[in-house]
Ligand binder design. Structure first.
Ligand code: G3P
Ligand code: MG
Length: 231
C-alpha cells in the first residue's frame, strides 16, 4: 500500500506563511512536516506554477487569471513548479502534488506536471503522490506516467467513489475530513486504499479521524497536529 506520513502540510504550512510559497514550504519543514501538499496549474504559456486559485486576486492582490498570464509576468512570490521541487530537494520534503487545472486544461496540466516530475524530482526524496478532484487529470497522468501513485480527491465520499478510484487505478483517497463518516472510512480502508483527510487544524478532530482509520492528516499547522497525535 501507498506509504504516507501521518501529517502533510497544506499548501506548505499556510498557518505560518503565505500559502504555496517557498517561505511556506520552509515553515512547514520548520514546524515538523516531512511532506507538503501544493496545487499546480499552468500559465498561459504552459509553465506549471504553484497556485491554488484560478485568479491571483486573493493571494497576490492582482486581479488577473493565471490562464491569461505568461510565466514571466507573475510576481516573484509565485513559485514555478520547478522552483518548488528544487526547494523540496533542499529541505528534504516529500510532496502531494495536487493537479489543479484551470478549466479546460485538465489533461494538459496533468501531462506537464508528470513531465516536470520526471525531469526534476530528486531521487533522494520519497516518490511524490499526485492527486486531483478531476478524474480527467488523473486519467491523463495515469496514461502519461503510470509510475506516479495517484489519489482521488473527493469532497464527500458518495457511493460511486470506489468505481472512480478503480478506473483511475488510484492508490489513495484524499477527502474532506469534516465530511468523512466512520462507515466510509472503514469502507475505504477495507478496499485497501491509503486514506488522507484535509484540511484538519484541530488536534482533537485529527485524533478522531486517525481512530476511524485515516492514515494521513493534511493540515495548515503541522506542528499542532503532530503534537496532538503524539508525534
Ligand atoms: O489536497 C487537499 C486540499 O488541498 C484539497 O482542497 O481546495 O485546498 O486544494 P484545496
Ligand atoms: Mg490543494
Amino acid at each position: 500500500m501507498l506509504q504516507l506520513p501521518k501529517v502533510i502540510g497544506h499548501r506548505g504550512a499556510m498557518a505560518y506563511a503565505p500559502e504555496n510559497t517557498l517561505e511556506s514550504f520552509r515553515e512547514a519543514a520548520k514546524h515538523g512536516a516531512t511532506w507538503v501538499e501544493i496545487d499546480v496549474k499552468l500559465t498561459a504559456d504552459g509553465v506549471p506554477i504553484v497556485m491554488h486559485d484560478p485568479s491571483l486576486k486573493r493571494t497576490m492582490g492582482i486581479d488577473r487569471l493565471v490562464a491569461d498570464m505568461r510565466a514571466a509576468e507573475l510576481p516573484a512570490a509565485v513559485p514555478t513548479f520547478e522552483q518548488a521541487i528544487a526547494c523540496f530537494g533542499e529541505l528534504g520534503l516529500g510532496c502531494n502534488v495536487e493537479i489543479k487545472p484551470c478549466d479546460g486544461r485538465e489533461e494538459e496540466t496533468a501531462r506537464v506536471t508528470v513531465a516536470t516530475l520526471r525531469k526534476h524530482w530528486p531521487s533522494s526524496l520519497p516518490a511524490p503522490l499526485l492527486s486531483s478532484f478531476k478524474d480527467a487529470s488523473l486519467a491523463a497522468a495515469k496514461q502519461a506516467a503510470p509510475e506516479f501513485a495517484r489519489a482521488l480527491l473527493i469532497g464527500e465520499l458518495k457511493d460511486d467513489w470506489h468505481g472512480r478510484a478503480a478506473t483511475l487505478a488510484a492508490a489513495g483517497i484524499n477527502t474532506n475530513g469534516k465530511q468523512l463518516t466512520a462507515p466510509r472510512a472503514i469502507e475505504v480502508k477495507k478496499a485497501g486504499y491509503a486514506l488522507s483527510a484535509y484540511t484538519i487544524n484541530d488536534p482533537e478532530v485529527a485524533r478522531m479521524l486517525v481512530a476511524m482509520g485515516v492514515d494521513c492528516i493534511i493540515t495548515d499547522a503541522p506542528d499542532l497536529i503532530l503534537a496532538g497525535l503524539g508525534r
